[in-house]
Design a protein around this ligand. Structure first.
Ligand SMILES: Cc1ncc(COP(=O)(O)O)c(C=O)c1O
Length: 461
């Protein structure tokens, strides 16, 4: 059986005690209060405390950071959740907002980390700084597990503390003068890191976009793949598949078009494959499955959603030696320079865990947890479909993208929170193209997902 087959085979993981293991959520269903439909929607905006400034330095604020709007999306969602709890201290809040994993990491993986951790207390097993690019056995295992027969070698892999961190490090490599395109909607770290690097102009309130970023519209009408004939040339094209938040995964033909588009324009694709192993369709799991991609693409990925490593922290980035800047210099060499300057390598304990993940048993165990989340996704999709909503995503990603035509995403977010105590994520937080949608995450204990769906049915029946 291939890795992807293992990882996508749904499997039942239904011990009820496991649902509540490590949970901060107190399940007291009899005390769940579900306000009736008549209650007006509250925007539940926490009132910021007046700040008293006693002293100011003479250092001016980074003007690029000042361009950012409101705050990073997920802290804002968390802030509203806290405000809601202040209003309803007894509420049984269920979080299907931020895409954070909830199920325990399989023991064979934590055992490997425990062993490594204990070895650090011995003279024989102690190690300090490691190679900034990651330990060779893990780089080799990543290359052979995810890029077998794709011409990617161990030396092309840079192990990291996560894909989000690598996205920022890549921005440092590119600098402030490049132009960037993103899918609209997309994972907010792409736009925000571009703003912070100074690649953009100001936020334009009328269109809800930053100047100098090319927003590639991804809607149900174009099957969530941009019409490239309408996309202006940029230096960098960030592309995430399966996509967060829409859950759409690009086909081989679409990725072939994307690679050709990049080559025709002399652009570099940054391909985020953090959710590749959630795919059910037979679409490419790596951009390097597309011929010619090594000359135009970088891939970044993560153990976060693959193995529940959102807290452990481990990811990787792949840059082939064939990828070159316009002066012929190597992109991988510059990334290596940034990695050596800004990062001292992933934790040796995390790397031991990562290596265990990629053993045969580890792959099987991760596949079981992924299968569990995929069942959650089906439950959420079925709930909203049966209530008459248009539902997207889900099949290839742990996110369900629900359409509320003509409504504001933040209003729907507030309505759901106020009336069901379920936290979702407003689609407009992922870009203007997300307006009118809400993202429901399938990361959650089964009992919570089932209960949230019961409340959704009650609200929208
Ligand atoms: C598309 C995408 N890329 C990257 C990340 C971050 O991954 P990591 O935890 O490895 O930093 C996320 C997290 O939600 C994500 O959705």
């Amino acid at each position: 059986m291939s890795v992807s087959q293992h990882l996508t085979t749904p499997s039942i993981y239904s011990s009820s005690s496991a649902f509540f293991a490590n949970s901060n959520f107190h399940v007291r269903p009899q005390r769940i209060s579900l306000p009736g439909k008549s209650i007006a929607t509250c925007k539940c905006v926490a009132v910021p405390q007046e700040e008293i400034i006693a002293y100011k330095t003479n250092v001016s604020r980074n003007a690029n950071i000042a361009k950012l709007q409101a705050g990073y999306l997920f802290p804002e969602v968390a802030r509203r959740k806290v405000a809601h709890l202040q209003k309803y201290p007894e509420a049984q809040i269920i979080s299907l907002g931020i895409g954070d994993t909830t199920e325990p990491i399989p023991e064979l993986i934590t055992n490997a980390m425990q062993k490594k951790s204990q070895a650090l207390s011995t003279y024989e097993g102690y190690s300090g700084y490691g190679a900034e690019q990651g330990e060779k056995p893990l780089r080799t295992a990543i290359a052979s597990t995810f890029y077998k027969d794709l011409g990617i070698e161990e030396g092309d892999i840079f192990v990291s503390d996560g894909a989000k961190c690598d996205i920022s490090r890549l921005q440092i490599v590119f600098g402030s003068s490049v132009t960037m395109a993103v899918q609209d909607p997309s994972y907010p770290a792409y736009v925000d890191s571009s703003v912070i690097m100074g690649q953009t102009g100001q936020f334009q309130k009328d269109v809800e976009k930053f100047a100098r970023i090319e927003y590639m519209s991804c809607t149900p009408d174009n099957g969530f793949f941009p019409d490239l004939s309408k996309v202006s040339r940029t230096d960098i094209i960030v592309f995430c598949s399966p996509n967060n938040p829409t859950g759409a995964s690009a086909t081989r033909e679409q990725l072939t078009q994307l690679v050709k588009f990049a080559k025709d324009n002399g652009s570099i694709i940054v391909y985020d494959s953090a959710y590749a192993m959630y795919m059910s369709d037979d679409n490419p799991r790596s951009i390097f499955e597309i011929p010619g991609a090594k000359e135009v693409a970088i891939e970044t990925s993560s153990f976060s959603k693959l193995a529940g490593f959102t807290g452990v922290r481990l990811g990787w980035t792949v840059i082939s030696k064939e990828l070159r800047f316009s002066d012929g210099s190597s992109v991988a060499k510059d990334f290596n320079r940034i990695v050596c300057t800004c990062f001292n390598g992933a934790s040796n304990i995390s790397q031991a865990g990562g290596l265990a993940c990629l053993s045969q048993d580890g792959i099987k165990a991760m596949g079981e947890v992924i299968g569990y989340y995929k069942e959650n996704t089906e439950i959420i999709m079925e709930t909203f479909s049966s209530l008459g909503f248009k539902v997207y995503g889900g099949k290839n990603a742990p996110y369900v993208w629900v359409h509320f035509p003509g409504r504001s995403s933040w209003d729907v977010f507030s309505e759901i929170l106020e009336k069901t105590h379920v936290v979702t994520t407003p689609g407009s937080g992922f870009g203007p193209g997300g307006e009118g949608f809400v993202r429901i995450s399938a990361f959650g204990h089964r009992a919570n997902v089932v209960e949230a769906c019961r409340r959704f049915r009650e609200l929208y029946k």
